[in-house]
Design a protein around this ligand. Structure first.
Ligand SMILES: Cc1cc2nc3c(=O)[nH]c(=O)nc-3n(C[C@H](O)[C@H](O)[C@H](O)COP(=O)(O)O)c2cc1C
Length: 183
């Protein structure tokens, strides 16, 4: 099984990256991970040119940026994990740009939808209480429902501190998340 993690945190050694490391280290054998930093990529928002909806493009999207290399990573993953801190009640800007640009994988006038059935989960860290994630995670669940993605679940680390994540305070939750999303 291959799992592709799209990490929307700008911090390479921050809370979200620590959570990602924990998830990888507590996963039983047989799972291959690839972790991609979205902050390192140049991903602009959709410009609503409509080209993808006409189905005449040779690439997925008309915009020539780093998203070009990410569509196949997204489509070829057995499981997709989105890892992100909460910024202003939302996923980070690079994560939102990434999600924005998935629009071209679905043509609204036809039954063409490459996102259909893709398995996806969410890993979130934040500074405040867990309820702060309701806006973003509920919104993302709506996204999944609309585009027919298979939403597997989420892990939320509120009041996040890197040391607590690394020292094992959340290991049981991480194991439950792995079990829920990979079985
Ligand atoms: C610009 C910015 C906005 C933030 N907004 C929120 C927020 O709305 N709610 C919250 O609980 N934490 C917020 N935080 C805190 C981060 O979500 C939290 O520290 C997170 O664990 C950081 O992850 P990282 O170490 O991977 O960057 C914000 C942090 C920054 C830098």
């Amino acid at each position: 099984m291959n799992v592709t993690i799209f990490n929307g945190s700008p911090r390479k050694n921050g809370n979200t990256s620590e959570l990602v490391k924990k998830i990888i280290s507590l996963t039983p054998g047989g799972v291959e991970y690839e972790s991609i930093s979205l902050f390192d990529k140049k991903i602009s928002g959709c410009m609503n040119c409509g080209a993808c909806q006409k189905g005449t493009l040779r690439s997925y999207c008309a915009i020539d940026d780093d998203m070009r290399g990410l569509y196949d990573k997204f489509l070829n993953a057995d499981i997709i994990m989105l890892a992100t801190p909460i910024y202003m009640w939302q996923f980070t800007p690079c994560m939102l740009a990434f999600l924005n640009r998935l629009h071209c994988l679905c043509r609204h006038s036809t039954s063409y939808n490459m996102m259909k059935g893709k398995k996806i989960s969410v890993c979130v860290t934040l500074g405040d209480e867990p309820e702060v994630t309701e806006f973003s995670i509920n919104g993302f669940k709506e996204f999944c429902e609309y585009f027919a993605l298979d939403y597997l679940g989420e892990i939320i680390i509120p009041y996040a501190e890197k040391e607590k994540i690394s020292s094992g305070n959340y290991d049981e939750e991480v194991k439950m998340f792995i079990k829920k999303t990979m079985s």
